[in-house]
Design a protein. Structure first.
Length: 197
């Protein structure tokens, strides 16, 4: 898989993004030095797309596939795209507080620590459905790693469309998220404009 090796805080600065949305508590003290050039419409659209891809850790080809799937769904394409990205298994693990960052959540899924409805799932892009029960496997629950993670993520707010049982490392999807609940600072309409050219 392609990996972007640019430092995270540097990318956050260039995209005008707060690292908190990635689960990172650090702050960058540097200021972005840009000349007083006005950004073009295309530049703004591209930046929104890069922001969404960076937050969810999705590469260009899968991101485009999500866009095409959202376009085929009923309703508006922009909110549908954000809902599809939010339903990814690695994102749900992050939202439940079983991982500090989405990258760590992806690794947890890759390493076969997660079961959905009692079945082993190792695909980070797996789309969860309402009623799914997501659980960290029994053999992994006692590991020091999850104790450390819960110490860090204990105070994190779990979105209202999820129900988390942090003691048993178990979560339930109460309902599919709506765009109003998703707290990601992305203007998805600019992404739709970019792709519909």
């Amino acid at each position: 898989m392609a990996v972007n090796r640019t430092p995270v805080l540097k990318r956050c600065r260039s995209l005008g993004l707060d690292p908190v949305y990635l689960g990172i508590d650090k702050k960058s003290n540097r200021q972005l030095k840009r000349s007083n050039r006005k950004m073009s419409e295309y530049g703004l659209q591209l930046r929104e797309k890069q922001k969404a891809k960076f937050i969810y850790g999705v590469l260009e080809k899968p991101f485009r596939n999500y866009y095409e799937k959202a376009d085929r769904m009923k309703g508006m394409t922009g909110p549908n795209l954000m809902i599809l990205l939010e339903r990814r298994l690695d994102n749900v693990i992050f939202r439940l507080g079983f991982a500090r960052t989405r990258k760590e959540a992806r690794q947890i899924v890759d390493h076969r620590h997660v079961s959905v409805n009692g079945r082993n799932v190792q695909i980070p892009s797996y789309l969860v459905k309402a009623g799914d029960v997501i659980e960290i496997k029994e053999k992994c629950k006692d590991s020091q790693r999850y104790k450390d993670i819960l110490e860090v993520t204990g105070g994190r707010l779990v979105p209202e469309w999820l129900e988390a049982d942090q003691e048993n490392l178990k979560g339930t999807i109460k309902e599919l998220p709506s765009r109003d609940i998703i707290d990601v600072p992305v203007n998805e309409m600019l992404i739709v404009e970019l792709y519909s050219k």
